[in-house]
Design a protein around this ligand. Structure first.
Ligand code: GDP
Ligand code: ZN
Length: 306
């Protein structure tokens, strides 16, 4: 029978079978997933084949090839990737300009990761009720900046109940991964559109009792109006994986059309002469903040080599 994975704890997988029944399934031994070296063979969103054994145990016996997936670096081993979720229609970053403020550097890292994983991205800025005049201006600036790169930008306030319909429309009928810094209102918003779910701010079910180690698991929830959201408690950052420094600018949507115009075809857009990207920044075609994000990510990639 075919099924979809809704939650993975590492040893158990909660799956929804074709007949809409939820079951707890396991895997036997190791699966060959040669796509990436990952710490988890089965991820939320995976389409699997299950088989019910005579003992009553439900086993996952096959995983269908993934349309896409998003990973993060394994906290235990820097060279390993942990698949957060697979087969996504989009990734939503919940951000805010107040309490807490999400930095544009963080937003740009998220967008680069989404580009690299071929997952369309959406930005939702919550807590607009807390904005002062200068925050409203900043929001308008960021909205036109990111929308010029074709990323939808939505403003919400749960407290004033504004933008909630826009948010619902943007996730309707799609499978969306939702992430963001803790405190931006992610759980409140998901709980609001999914009455009865009661997502906790911090999932401590992975408490091992051996030191301060908590594990968090992604979980998928069906939406009453079609589609599903995948909550990623405690996951701050996606991996910027398998990108070489010279490719990085390809994942900045607005830089892509200019790249071929640099003097050197391996231009990193830092010190090189006749660089189309730097000229674009100087001419105001490329946002200075985005270029700074580019330099910061480039620097973090170069550090990793050592
Ligand atoms: P999460 O860590 O992103 O899941 O954030 P929570 O959902 O736990 O929310 C963090 C805090 O922000 C809580 O005190 C919420 O009541 C509050 N909050 C959520 N949405 C809004 C909003 O639209 N405006 C304001 N002012 N506070 C909000
Ligand atoms: Zn260049």
């Amino acid at each position: 029978m075919k099924a979809v994975v809704y939650k993975s704890t590492g040893s158990w997988y909660r799956v929804k079978a074709e007949n809409n029944e939820f079951k707890d399934a396991r895997i036997r031994g190791k699966f060959k997933t040669d796509e990436i070296t990952s710490t988890n063979p089965v991820a939320v969103g995976d389409e699997v084949t299950i088989s019910e054994e005579a003992s009553g145990d439900v086993m996952i016996i096959e995983i269908a090839p993934r349309k896409n997936y998003i990973t993060r670096q394994s906290p235990q081993n820097k060279n390993l990737q942990h698949i957060i979720a697979a087969n996504l229609d989009q990734a939503v970053l919940m951000a805010s300009l107040r309490n807490p403020r999400t930095s544009t550097g963080f937003i740009d890292r998220f967008l680069v990761a989404c580009e690299a994983f071929h997952v369309p991205a959406i930005l939702v800025f919550n807590k607009s009720d807390l904005y002062r005049e200068k925050d409203n201006k900043e929001f308008q600036r960021l909205k036109s900046l990111y929308e010029s790169m074709k990323y939808p930008v939505i403003s919400t306030s749960l407290f004033e109940h504004s933008g909630i319909e826009d948010f619902k429309n943007s996730i309707k009928g799609k499978r969306s991964l939702v992430s963001g810094h803790s405190g931006v209102g992610k759980s409140s918003l998901i709980n609001y559109i999914l009455p009865g779910t009661d997502i906790k701010i911090q999932d401590v079910s992975g408490w091992s009792g051996k030191g301060m180690h908590t594990t968090t698991f992604a979980e998928m929830y069906d939406l009453p109006f079609g589609g599903a959201v995948i909550d990623t408690p405690g996951m701050r950052e996606f991996a910027i994986h398998d990108i070489s420094p010279v490719e990085l600018s390809h994942y900045f949507a607005e830089m892509r059309p200019l790249i071929g115009q640099c003097r050197f075809n391996n231009c990193l857009h830092t010190e090189e002469p006749d660089c189309a990207i730097k000229n674009g920044v100087a001419a105001g075609i490329i946002d200075t903040g985005r270029y700074i994000s580019y330099l910061n990510i480039l620097e973090s990639m170069e550090e990793k080599k050592w």
